[in-house]
Design a protein around this ligand. Structure first.
Ligand SMILES: NC(=O)c1ccc[n+]([C@@H]2O[C@H](COP(=O)([O-])OP(=O)(O)OC[C@H]3O[C@@H](n4cnc5c(N)ncnc54)[C@H](O)[C@@H]3O)[C@@H](O)[C@H]2O)c1
Length: 447
């Protein structure tokens, strides 16, 4: 089957590569010429485990190619995926569908035979119908079906998630499109991956409702963590105890500095606007959006409080700036709230992140980028762990203690155990753990 993916970003590139790995013939299109040039030379513009190898292998087998020629790519395809960005619109926060409209226009101009047009971009309920209307306006004789096939991959484990998803959701209104989508996902059906067929609107909403629910779990556990600190309870044990209940599940119950990334912040916000448009407000999600925003903003104050209320002229070593581990994606990362707030109070920031520097350079000015954790820590007045990269779980604690000016560790991901840090001679602060001496605000001191 010939597939064209328009938008070769995190989702488009991973989806295209995985469809090629399934054996389909895939063309990835992007309007970013540099990106396409790099990809054609086997250079991957993003960091995603296993992606580089799979792109190279499938390109060598001639199942995966890259182009900026959108017209040719559209006219040849059986299935055309729209995988462009849908950020929040500046000013009001609604989903910005301008890229989707641009692509719809191009499809309308170049479609020559029947094709399924599938949205992988996360688009508000009703967008599929709008695409149908738009295409019919361009040319009433076009032969096509529009399908919603939202993507649930997680950056950092995107290949695994695409190849072995919990489910595939397809919103389609025509038997012809359903048959084609069956054919497309046959390699997953053989592995008994469930595929749920719905109407267009339902599929569109499943994506937003899923993200909003997961974001709610995170915001919920963060607030419970704050309560733990006030009442001498331990959030790690609370999460574990809750997660043992199969109705609740253990995932997304880890407290931290607030959720970030390219999806949860924008999708929760966009969903609240969709709900208002339909006059069916989602007060729970509105609260989640507010709670998470406040949390991200408040973390810097907590760090300052831990550092005796003043960070002016002090150096803070930060480990991890990407919004989560195993990605280079900085979009809406909590570090983008925390670091500038500390800088505005006069702190000097040394950063180490295994993959974050490329994106972070422009986003975090006046930061000293270091090539390893120990260089960042040397001479600092405290160490703050923002992102839980695996390599931060096995730091040489004795070495860190020697390198720090004062042995203060602020662990926003609860990577370490309070007892072991205390034993190693640190003044250690983490989130939501039973405390001996509670702080006024919510980071808990273990010594
Ligand atoms: N990143 C994720 O983890 C994730 C997961 C699930 C769903 N999604 C959704 O998938 C969509 C894409 O997200 P992403 O993270 O891959 O975005 P991205 O910004 O990484 O990639 C989008 C790409 O589309 C290209 N593009 C924009 N307009 C174009 C046009 N007219 N023609 C050709 N190319 C064009 C851009 O140049 C860019 O390379 C969004 O709607 C997002 O919400 C993302």
């Amino acid at each position: 089957m010939r597939i064209t993916i328009i938008g070769a970003g995190y989702v488009g590139l991973v989806s295209g590569t995985c469809f090629a790995e399934f054996g389909h013939e895939v063309t990835c299109v992007d309007k970013d010429e540099n990106k396409i040039q790099s990809l054609s030379q086997g250079i991957i513009p993003i960091y995603e485990p296993r992606l580089e190898t799979l792109v190279k292998e499938n390109a060598e087998r001639k199942r995966l190619k890259f182009t900026t020629d959108i017209k040719a790519a559209i006219s040849e395809a059986d299935v055309i995926y729209i995988a462009v960005g849908t950020p929040n619109r500046r000013g009001d926060g609604y989903a910005d569908l301008s890229y989707v409209h641009e692509v719809t226009e191009a499809i309308g101009q170049s479609l020559r035979k029947y094709a399924v047009i599938a949205t992988k971009s996360t688009v508000p309920v009703g967008t599929g119908q709008k695409i149908i209307t738009h295409l019919k306006q361009i040319n009433p004789n076009l032969e096509f079906d529009v399908v919603s096939n939202p993507e649930f991959l997680r950056e950092g484990s995107a290949i695994e998630d695409f190849m072995k998803p919990d489910r595939v959701i397809v919103g389609a209104n025509s038997p012809r499109a359903i048959e084609l989508m069956h054919e497309l996902y046959r390699p997953l059906l053989i592995q008994e991956v469930p595929i749920l067929f719905t109407n267009l609107e339902t599929a569109e909403l499943i994506k937003y409702a899923s993200n909003a629910f997961l974001a709610t779990k995170i915001a919920f556990i963060n607030e419970i963590a704050d309560l733990c600190e006030k009442c001498n309870a331990d959030i790690q044990a609370v999460s574990k105890g809750m997660g043992m209940d199969k109705r609740i599940g253990e995932k997304f119950l880890h407290p931290g500095p607030g959720y970030g990334g390219s999806c949860f912040p924008k999708d929760t916000l966009a969903l609240t606007f969709t709900a208002k448009e339909f006059q069916s407000p989602l007060s729970i999600i509105e609260t989640v959006v507010r709670s998470n925003k406040q949390r991200k903003e408040s973390i810097a104050h907590r760090i300052i409080e831990v550092m005796d209320g003043c960070v002016s002229e002090k150096t803070i070593a930060v480990l991890g700036v990407t919004f989560k581990p195993n990605t280079d994606d900085m979009r809406e990362s909590p570090s983008l709230d925390i670091i500038p707030a500390l800088q505005s109070k006069g702190a000097k920031i040394h950063v180490y992140d295994p993959q974050g520097q490329k994106e972070g350079l422009a986003l975090l000015p006046e930061v000293k980028w270091c090539l390893d954790p120990y260089t960042a820590i040397e001479g600092a007045d405290s160490l703050v762990i923002i992102t839980e990269w695996q390599e931060f779980g096995a730091l040489d604690l004795a070495r860190i203690k020697n390198l720090l000016n004062s042995p203060v560790v602020i662990d926003l991901r609860n990577i370490y155990q309070p007892q072991e840090m205390e034993k190693a001679g640190f003044t250690y602060y983490s989130i939501g753990r039973a405390s001996v001496k509670p702080l006024k605000s919510s980071l808990v001191k273990a010594a």
